[in-house]
Ligand binder design. Sequence first.
Ligand code: TXA
Ligand code: MG
Length: 313
Amino acid sequence: MKTVITDSITEAADFIKAGGVAAFPTETVYGLGANLFDEKAIAKVFEAKGRPADNPLIAHISDPSRIEMLSDEITDTARRFVEAFFPGPLTVVLKKSDKVPLIATAGLDTVAIRMPDFDVALTLIRKCGTPLVAPSANLSGKPSPTNWRAVKEDLEGRIECILKGQTSWFGLESTVVDCSGPRPRLLRQGAVSIEHLREIVPETEFKDASEDDDIRSPGLKYRHYSPKGEVRIIAEGATIEDSEDAAFIGLSQPKAELNRVLVCDSTQTYARSVYEFFRECDRDNILVIYCEAVDETGIGTALMDRIRRAAER
Ligand code: TXA
Ligand code: MG
């Protein structure tokens, strides 16, 4: 398949309207979009990514009022989160309506919904005239793409179109909060932190990573965000040996000679850079990637979550 790489939103929308899939930029990471109501197109999304069929997709909308198309049971907590954080890097999970195809939700009776805070994405969704399913636009198991070149690296020849845009400014996937039950439950960390959520709904629960409940949060059981090299988490100032086969990313200058070093000026920049750094290390066949630990506040919590997952083998 030829992949058209374009900066025309209309062209990308035309591919989606014709039943194809097109990658597009958002503020978190690039997504792989298809019409939520087109089961064949959704099947192509799973196929292109090599994604397991039991991992559900997020429905992307361009206006909060569209939630009513997707759920008949909008809980009060969901309304409060939507009011506070849409558009933005927050995904809410609700009981799904019959209109939402089961292939999109991997057979679950819930649907995840998000409104990106990114003009190109919102315009694309509006031009398509339908909510779009959009998983991160990477091959399953690889780090999420934060720029169109990373999408091309993984998916060229496997999808109809890549809509070019700016680099994603958060660089980590959205926060996912399940609002379908009596108390909201944080399922995936992101730029909207548990503290932010509790400011709106104080009784929001935190799903501990060690908890075994794959059914409520199917995506989390898969290996994610992983470069080929071995990720090692180190404390600030830790001693590491000089190596041609090792790389470092963090906030302070390492004391060793390494193949590749990226010192970031803030935790935000670190979060925005880490996935692309992993990809660069893979291109250079780096064997060990040292990631400096950061304080677990704000985006630091989500960043440490992703680094820990990348370090699991
Ligand atoms: O920032 C993002 O959310 C990006 C951009 C493109 O919007 N998308 C993204 O999608 O990260 P994906 O498919 O890579 O991750 C979706 C996550 C998975 O962990 C999945 O299991 C979870 O959301 N999810 C989706 N539907 C769910 C549901 N009904 N219940 C629980 N978790 C759900
Ligand atoms: Mg993903």
